[in-house]
Design a protein around this ligand. Sequence first.
Ligand code: NI
Ligand code: MN
Length: 227
Amino acid sequence: MRITYFGHSAFQLDDGTKTVLIDPFLSENPAATVTPESLSPQTILLTHAHNDHVGDTVAIAKRSGATVIATFELATYLGRQGITTIAANHGGTVPFAGGTVKLTPAWHTSSYSVAEEFLAPGIPAGLVIRFGGKTVYAAGDTCLFGDMALIGEEGLDAAILPIGDTFTMGPADAAKAARLLRAGVVIPCHYDTFPGIQQNTAAFATMVGEQCDSAVVALRPNEVHDL
Ligand code: NI
Ligand code: MN
């Protein structure tokens, strides 16, 4: 199963026949070089409503016919814009083309900015994704929390963790998260996109090495990792 990073928190999972996008923030993403028009997923998974995560979801889903899976209020809000959605919530597992996703808690906020207003469609989530014979946890935007140890019991091949600090956990807490999650591979995200979230991935890898045996794979935008 192939993981491609597009910068910030945007990833593609590819099992050779189907593709899944996670938080496809592309056209406004300073780190992304792929265009939304170049991607045709069957499924889009969203962690929360913040604009740097919903990103180009509606345009991609309208063109590709992808099904969007998100927490109830966000899925319902996006569904009213003429795309196919599946609403779920923490603890729930739903199937998609080629896999399943279980929504987990994440400690964060989940507003969506439209013009001068903030809507509040739903609560943030993490994603335990079973796809292509692998299990991947995308933490979404969150702080460190102790129940990550329970998520680790899912048997994770990879954990995608924010390390940017300011809006999410920073590297030291993400390294503690890695210890609780016990994933084979830790892939950092949500750093270096904007001012305020600059991080050194080599320093992060050292911190993880002091906590656990997980391998840190820091991908540059458009870089691929085969799980
Ligand atoms: Ni956020
Ligand atoms: Mn974010």
